[in-house]
Design a protein around this ligand. Structure first.
Ligand SMILES: Nc1ncnc2c1ncn2[C@@H]1O[C@H](COP(=O)(O)OS(=O)(=O)O)[C@@H](OP(=O)(O)O)[C@H]1O
Length: 504
């Protein structure tokens, strides 16, 4: 040890003691200290070695070594802490099984789930999609911004619904002979269980917080979770309604019971374990919910189907969100990602909404003459809406025209003898801040006993990222676009909706 210390020392000394060997270096190092000065700086290693001194030196050296190691470890820790956490794998395009598991357990574990999520992801919906970088947006070249280009665009680039794209299709209207809603002898809890579900429909709006409310309600012991929040039974033009029997017209011959049986056979049998359901029904009648946000949008045909098929007890819930924010949220939900997690085939938000604005005008949903207020709620508007909702496009603006949709829902309810008090409408913004209170109001509305749940986390939320903001001029434009429709909500729903999303 002594020798190695000494030799290390000697080497060190030699290097410093023979300036001849290092002339070149010294010449280059213009600011190098004179040799004697350097000697002084060497400290204790420069002293003459004695046994005591050697022992002291050993100890000292040992302490220095240990201190140096400790310092190194601390420094490494500090560097580690200061650096970014390891980034998430670039491609995360997953449906979260976690949320579903939680539904099944009836437990709110969302906080845990969310804390595991990487935070730098932009534009990701927590249980639907994740992407890494909004700046990689590629703009899809749009030749024109009308219906055809919209359809082509959606076909090529965006996630689309399974419907074929044709204006001529899906004009089947359901008129049931005996709407279940008018049948008096099937009051729960005495009737056959098959006729009971669904008990609750969350109609929409898409991106209005429907998953959150469904999630809260699934915590209630009387709710049974079907393995999908959205059953899409009543808006499934292709399978359930259009191609029923030999021809589309056969549907109109069905009575309410037939349609209801169809609901159970097609929807529930594949989605739910009947045995458990039947057992539960004997003890404590369970509530079945179908939370399909598209039901609100397809207001020209879904209400008739629902009112033909569902029991008189079915309760309808709607959550309306500022349509500008709703469109923005939808935009981030509907991206496609390439294998590197980059956005592909994506127009800018401005193009995305402009295209829909043009389609709405072209189809005739918007008043041909802006000043013509009588067009709102007219037969012409309703006809155009029928066409528009059958285009199968994403409809980021159309979905925010709530007054059209609710007017049609309420009209159908009236026609079928269903009291309007069976429909309850909340603002999503209010739900965001008063989730617990609204959850309890919903329980009361559903005639369910109060039940406390511990978490009212935000569910299915998008992490847009700090720098992802809508351009103020785009927001302004959309606010102006939606204004007349928002204003009509007070006529359709009541004065408390007056000016609810008025811009500051
Ligand atoms: N408690 C509560 N109240 C109000 N709003 C809430 C709540 N929890 C979640 N969210 C927000 O709802 C947005 C998702 O809505 P949906 O679940 O209806 O989306 S979907 O239609 O099922 O895709 C989504 O909005 P964005 O985050 O802007 O995308 C959620 O953040």
């Amino acid at each position: 040890m002594e020798s190695s210390l000494s030799s290390a020392f000697a080497i060190s000394t030699r290097q410093r003691k023979h300036p001849a060997e290092t002339t070149e270096v010294n010449q280059n190092l213009k600011h190098q200290a004179p040799v004697e000065e350097t000697k002084k700086e060497q400290g204790p290693f420069r002293c003459i070695p004695t046994p005591l001194l050697v022992a002291t030196r050993r100890k000292f050296y040992h302490i220095i070594k240990i201190s140096a190691m400790v310092l190194l470890v601390i420094a490494a820790g500090v560097v580690q802490l200061g650096s970014k956490p390891p980034s998430a794998p670039p491609i995360v395009n997953h449906a979260s099984p976690g949320v579903r598991r939680n539904f099944m357990k009836g437990q709110s574990k969302l906080a845990e789930e969310q804390s595991e999520k990487p935070t730098e992801i932009v534009g990701a919906t927590d249980d639907a999609f994740s992407i890494t970088n909004i700046n990689t947006t590629k703009v899809y070249p749009l030749e024109s911004l009308g219906i055809q280009s919209a359809i082509e665009f959606y076909k090529k680039g965006m996630r689309q619904r399974s419907k074929p794209f044709s204006l001529a299709q899906f004009h089947v209207d359901v008129t049931c002979k005996t709407p279940i809603s008018l049948v008096q002898d099937v009051q729960p809890p005495h009737h056959d269980w098959k006729k009971r579900a669904p008990h609750v429909l969350i109609l929409g709006a898409q991106k209005g917080g429907t998953t959150a409310m469904a999630y809260y309600l699934y915590n209630h012991p009387r709710f049974i979770y079907l393995p999908s929040k959205e059953l899409h039974f009543f808006d499934d033009d292709m399978d359930a309604w259009q191609n029923d029997g030999d021809s589309a017209s056969s549907l109109t011959n069905l009575n309410g019971n037939d349609i209801l049986n169809k609901y159970h056979s097609e929807s529930m049998s594949k989605d739910y374990n009947m045995t458990i359901f039947q057992q539960q029904q004997k003890v404590n009648p369970a509530y079945i919910m179908d939370a399909t946000p598209n039901y609100l949008f397809e207001s020209d045909r879904v209400p008739q189907r629902v009112l033909c098929a569902c029991g008189p007890w079915v309760k309808l819930l709607v959550f309306l969100r500022n349509p500008v924010d709703r469109a923005w949220s939808q935009y981030y939900m509907q991206h496609n990602y390439d294998s590197l997690g980059n956005l592909t085939n994506l127009p800018s938000f401005e193009e995305y909404v402009e295209m829909d604005m043009n389609v709405l005008a072209e189809v005739g949903v918007l008043p041909p003459d802006n000043a013509d207020l009588s067009y709102y709620g007219s037969a012409g508007e309703a006809k155009a809406w029928k066409t528009y909702t059958r285009l199968g496009i994403n409809s980021p603006l159309g979905r925010g025209l709530y007054s059209i949709q609710l007017r049609q829902w309420l009209k159908a309810m009236k026609d079928y003898g269903k009291p309007s008090s069976d429909l309850m409408v909340f603002s999503s913004e209010q739900m965001k801040v008063l989730s617990k209170a609204i959850y309890h109001q919903v329980l009361e509305f559903l005639e369910l006993p109060p039940y406390e749940i511990s978490h009212f986390d935000r569910v299915h939320k998008t992490r847009y990222g700090d720098n992802v903001k809508m351009k103020p001029e785009t927001r302004k434009k959309l606010e102006i676009f939606f204004r007349p429709y928002n204003q009509q909500l007070k006529d359709v729903l009541g004065s408390e909706w007056d000016g609810i999303w008025d811009e500051a």
